[in-house]
Design a binder for this molecule. Sequence first.
Ligand code: CMC
Length: 393
Amino acid sequence: TGLTAYDPGYANIASCRSDITFIDGEQGILRYRGIPIEQFEQTPNFVEVAWLLIFGHLPNAEEYAAFSDDLTANADLDEAMKHHFEGFPRSAPPMAILSAMINALSCFYPELFEINDAGHIRTAAAALISKIRTIAAYAYRRSNGLPYIYPNPNLRYVPNFLHMLFSKPYSQYVCSQTVRDALNLLLLLHADHEQNCSTATVRMVGSGQANLFTACAAGVCALWGPLHGGANVAVLEMLEKIHNGHISPQEYVRLAKDKDSKVRLMGFGHRVYKNFDPRAKMLARSAEKLLAELGRQDPLLDIARQLEEIALEDPYFIERKLYPNVDFYSGIIMRAIGIPTNMFTVIFAIGRLPGWIAHWWEQAQTPGNKIARPRQLYTGCELRDYLPMDQRT
Ligand code: CMC
């Protein structure tokens, strides 16, 4: 076959060179453009991180103001897009709507495709980062039979999103600083993670020179599965099952170790981290802080802590180096903010979008970039002849 390597799941192969994100899985280190993610915890700002990932440096005051203005100017959706939301059944999964509507942007804003230089990518990135939020909010409103709320140009990125999700036509949702910080942190901690399944998908689709919007719509599809972004939903379902008394934490962990059960401890394990996922640590801290500041308790947080304690002392998890990942605590934060479980992976997608854009753009700028085209080891039949119907058994 002329092939030199077989690597299922691409666990041992680098598919590209990238300047965007550094991970040391053994030490539990994650850096965006060289900056440790812990340094974004004090004053979390998702928009700033989006800029950093896409353009390689922290925005100065002028760049930040211009990018914020671009986000505001691009928040609306073409009115005709509303009919598309109406066409979906109320029960449609928001991830399906998100992917379809991001792809539909290609029809409504074709001028944004012509990305030839930094100016064009800036406009396209702002449009996409701003509009994904409006699409997500409209998908939520549609599934709950609520009227759509237009973006408010006077609000910043996160409060504007929560306004579109939760305001009523006659009363505006007011976002506290605590909630704003928690959601900014959650989004920015999801913003990039090198060649994960969805980002690798965006690169693969982009490698055939498909446009940015279509490549990101494919990223949403890749993110959906429970082994990837869908894990945040699966974690919440797992915690609820335990909370409702269907199973004890000990019994759940026992099942997760039993290969025949097909059960996994959701929110645990990672292809790259063989140590604590630093994002999980930060999100656990953020969940505690948010609940304390809101003056609330969530029994699911206690269950998560209990599961973590049991698993981290269990030889099965120790030997395999399985630790909590980003999805383990994120659902508790979203729940506290009032975001329903079926929107969790959509929030992950909003967070991951700057990373997808950064990778699509990095690849598009790489001279001599090749179309992604893995090979295979053929395991099918030897040469055989076609049989006419009357000779087949
Ligand atoms: N619960 C129980 N056993 C596990 C788990 C888990 N959560 N994760 C891995 N294992 C076992 C697995 O059965 C295997 O055991 P053995 O060596 O005896 O066959 C060993 O650990 C290695 O697992 P793997 O499936 O070969 O590892 P992978 O790198 O292919 O998969 C993973 C990584 C994240 C898909 C996996 O750990 C998993 O399914 N975790 C649960 C789902 C989850 O939380 N996904 C979110 C990932 S992080 C954020 C994101 O990407 O969205």
